[in-house]
Design a protein around this ligand. Structure first.
Ligand SMILES: Cc1ncc(COP(=O)(O)O)c(C=O)c1O
Length: 407
């Protein structure tokens, strides 16, 4: 019904409100910071952006050219929700080669691993269900669980990841449906959970009845130390662990290609949720990725990228001593893209950020990564997007910005 007021203007009746989940779940604070730091002069340690000059643009372009030239009718057509068979087979082979026997049917191709998270939330979570997460935790996972109306509870941990004793206590007390973890080169801390702790987590999940979501977009980017087996391959957790993978950090995030390896019942439920979300992941991207895997050596490419990232990590470790106030501590990741720093007690990295950004450098404050009580003295730095010289300059600016803000 519309109402015309005395000035002859049509006053529309108020519209029904947004859904409660849309009203209660905010946008990503990282995206807001990225918007502020879009000025080209800003050295941006805030984004989680792979180094663009290391993309194999030529190899990826050749793969697209080939599939579009040779099988255009297929590449440009609708596809199945589960994914292109040739890509599913290649993903299964890569997973099996890393110690987890996998067949093509075990894999669902997703539009980035972020979609895997939202499909799992849709398939598993009722409003009010409890989800256990690491503290701190990957931000957009917190967002996906919040959107599903879940109650998110942080599991205490240390530099090796979640504490199995604390996990068991919380499982008994809170009866959660799932545990979400990034056990290798975690976002945001860069830390890796050692094998013994993975086995302990798997054992608790098996004994207490719990899904584990093991998110692994960074595991291939190791520049130091030896590979640690997936939780998904631990005895006791094989039937209850969902492994999420992604090409974003090893090929290019613009492809929006990820995958999910899950037990059959849950995988089928995720496929139905995916039908409702986007029918399927773009066919041409899937076929181009499969073609790239067949014609090129992705492992050799990843080894080059990881080596460059190792040099950049060292550049950041070197500059941090002068940049951060005395008494600060930070992680020393063996791979991945991020490190995590903690300034001395009393510092608030959210309050310090505006002055730091005025010095043309940016980080992400640590507070929003915490599901429980935020630790305001923490911050995340991405060490891979810039060259070592730019990292050194960025850290000089960070030091000046923090001192300018009275830190
Ligand atoms: C831990 C974690 N999971 C998932 C994602 C999403 O990645 P994708 O580009 O595959 O959607 C990211 C991206 O930064 C991430 O850090």
């Amino acid at each position: 019904m519309t109402v015309t007021d005395t000035a002859g203007v049509h006053n529309a009746a108020p519209l029904p409100p947004l859904a409660a989940r849309a009203r209660s779940t905010g946008g990503s604070p990282v995206r807001d910071i990225l918007a502020v730091t879009a000025r080209p002069e800003v050295i941006n340690f805030a984004g989680g952006l792979p180094a663009p000059e290391l993309f194999d643009a030529e190899g990826i372009a050749a793969a697209y050219r080939d599939v579009l030239a040779e099988t255009p009718a297929r590449a440009l057509q609708y596809s199945t929700t589960e994914g292109e068979p040739v890509l599913r087979a290649a993903l299964a082979d890569r997973t099996s080669a890393r110690g987890l026997a996998t067949g093509p049917d075990d894999v669902l191709v997703t539009t980035g691993s972020q979609q895997g998270l939202s499909l799992l939330a849709t398939a598993l979570l009722e409003p009010g269900d409890t989800v256990l997460v690491e503290s701190p935790c990957y931000l957009a996972a917190l967002q996906a669980f919040a959107f599903a109306g879940a109650r998110v509870v942080a599991v205490p941990g240390d530099e090796d990841g979640i504490d199995p004793g604390a996990l068991e206590e919380l499982v008994v007390r809170e009866r959660p449906k799932l545990l979400y973890t990034v056990p290798t080169f975690q976002n945001p801390t860069g830390r890796t959970m050692p094998a013994a702790r993975r086995a302990a987590v798997a054992e608790i999940a098996g004994r207490c009845g719990l899904w584990i979501v093991e998110d692994d977009p960074y595991g291939e980017l190791r520049f130091e130390g030896g590979r640690v087996p997936w939780i998904a391959s631990c005895d006791g957790a094989r039937d209850r662990t969902v492994l999420l993978g992604s090409f974003s950090k090893v090929m290019a995030p613009g492809l929006r290609l990820g995958w999910l390896r899950a037990p059959a019942g849950l995988r089928r439920a995720c496929a139905v949720a995916k039908q409702a979300a986007d029918l399927h992941t773009p066919t041409v991207n899937q076929l181009a990725a499969a073609r790239y895997l067949a014609d090129r050596d992705l492992d050799a490419h990843v080894a080059r990228v990881a080596a460059a990232y190792g040099v950049r990590r060292d550049a950041m470790l070197t500059g941090l001593t002068d940049a951060l106030p005395a008494g600060s501590r930070w992680t020393r990741p063996e791979g991945g893209m991020f490190l995590w720093a903690r300034l001395p007690e009393g510092y608030d990295t959210t309050a310090l950020l505006p002055e730091v950004v005025r010095h043309d450098v940016a980080y992400v404050p640590g507070a929003p990564f915490h599901a429980g009580t935020p630790d305001r003295a923490t911050l995340r730095l991405c060490f891979v997007t810039q060259t070592p010289d730019e990292i050194a300059e960025g850290l000089r600016r960070l030091g000046a910005g923090l001192r300018g803000a009275g830190a």
